[in-house]
Ligand binder design. Structure first.
Ligand SMILES: [Zn+2]
Length: 67
């Protein structure tokens, strides 16, 4: 028996091998924002989708700090 895949997470359409992981955040008032962003778990891909106030944006490696 191999490890079962996580059924509810969509695969990454960009790299085709990663899985999109849901990330949650908290709003200014402390209210939880469930699944605010999705990010590919393939480090070589880094595809991510953010949802801000109803707007969807596709980011590219925006989470990596270069400072
Ligand atoms: Zn990917």
């Amino acid at each position: 028996m191999s490890a079962p895949p996580i059924p509810e997470l969509p695969g990454c359409k960009r790299c085709g091998v990663g899985i999109l992981l849901p990330l949650s955040d908290y709003g200014r008032d402390g209210a939880p924002i469930t699944y605010k962003a999705w990010v590919c778990n393939n480090p070589e891909c880094g595809f991510n989708i953010r949802i801000d106030n109803g707007d969807i944006s596709f980011g590219r490696l925006v989470t990596q700090s270069q400072k």
